[in-house]
Design a binder for this molecule. Structure first.
Ligand SMILES: *Cc1c(COP(=O)(O)O)cnc(C)c1O
Length: 351
């Protein structure tokens, strides 16, 4: 750190993204990307858009909001787009958390929540998951602040039902509840249909996983108009041009081919069941994942050891050095071929 770096950030530890190694080609199962590239039409639309790169992009994202509103049966005023959903989450910490409204989230969940809390000088409370890594919803009733829930949770993949989330909302009428649905389209149920029933609900989604668009950086928040207005106040105070024109064109084209995303998700869910069955045969235990990853451990090998040995053999998975889950690895579900490579290499390692 230079001597000029503001001391107000002394206590801040930045987020550590998953490895994106450029040295060789890995079977990459460590950052929950889709194995399917975008459809051809996306590339055509981006190419066409390069002709107007000399002009500013639309800060209102009118076309993009209209298109997504059609898919989710909401009003365009009930959605705001951000540069990846991480930005939407950060905006929620900025807009809805402070000393009087601390952040509340699980002890084992998305690692960015404590980072955003620290960045915004927001105190936070961590609610421990149960021994089986599930969430006891009663522990979120009458919370002391703004609740953040990843559903399905990361890195466990375990999902709450919409009924359970409704109970959390009903028992927090004076608290905002942010539901981070990065993985919802791989088998869980979205809270988007409830945004007008609960004026304290914000749903965050991303194009990074289900929509094969991690490199395009596109996310969004869905909520009642009043809350979206608040998030826009933050957005217009940071970067009104947060969605560049190429991403906007690609995002619209991606939404116009929603069927392809749904078909890909079906394949991922089949490959998930396949991988779970194969790993069970090898003695692994897994949480019940509704996401495009599984969370696995085995008595036969430690979590870090498996991660390192697989990396040696060209397969990247994610090991998180958090004490409570050190035996586990988070493994992205990719193509059938990628999963067969993973299983073959694990067999070699276990001997
Ligand atoms: C991947 C992920 C996100 C967001 O990713 P972006 O690429 O910034 O949209 C948000 N929450 C969780 C739990 C995630 O796993």
């Amino acid at each position: 750190m230079s001597r000029f770096f503001s001391s107000k950030y002394d206590a801040m530890t930045p987020y550590t993204p998953g490895e994106q190694p450029q040295d060789k080609v890995y079977t990459k199962l460590n950052t929950n990307e889709s194995p399917f590239p975008p459809v051809e039409e996306v590339m055509d639309d981006v190419r066409a858009k390069t002709r107007s790169l000399h002009l500013y992009c639309d800060p209102n994202c009118v076309e993009l909001r209209k298109t997504i509103a059609g898919i989710y049966n909401i009003s365009p005023d009930e959605v705001v787009f951000t540069n990846g959903s991480d930005d939407a989450l950060n905006f929620c910490f900025m807009a809805f958390c402070d000393e009087k409204h601390p952040a509340v989230f699980a002890d084992i969940t998305y690692g960015f929540y404590p980072v955003f809390a620290n960045l915004n000088f927001v105190p936070y409370t961590e609610i421990p998951l149960e021994d089986d890594l599930t969430i006891d919803i009663a522990k979120y009733f009458h919370a002391n602040g703004t609740i953040f829930i990843a559903n399905p949770n990361a890195p466990t993949g375990i999902a709450l039902t919409t009924d359970q989330i409704e109970q959390i909302l009903q028992n927090n009428p004076d608290n905002i509840v942010v539901v981070d649905e990065a993985y919802v389209d791989f088998g869980a149920d979205s809270m988007i249909p409830f945004i007008n029933k609960y004026n304290n609900l914000i749903v965050i989604q991303t194009f990074s996983k289900f929509r094969s668009f991690a490199g395009g950086r596109l996310g969004y928040a869905v909520a009642c108009k009043e809350l979206i207005n608040d998030l826009n106040t933050i957005r217009y105070s940071t970067n009104p041009y947060n969605i560049n024109s190429l991403t906007m064109a690609a995002g619209i084209a991606t939404l116009e081919h929603n069927d392809a995303c749904i078909a890909h998700s079906k394949v991922i869910q089949e490959n998930r069941a396949y991988t779970v069955a194969k790993l069970k045969e090898l003695g692994f235990e897994m949480t019940e994942s509704k996401a495009n990853f599984i969370f696995a451990r085995s008595d036969r090998i430690g979590g870090e050891e498996l991660y390192l040995k697989l990396k040696d053999k060209g397969v990247l998975i994610r090991h998180l050095s958090v004490e409570r889950i050190r035996d586990y690895n988070r493994i992205t579900i990719g193509s059938r071929e990628q999963m067969d490579t993973l299983i073959e290499k694990i067999k070699e390692i276990l001997g």
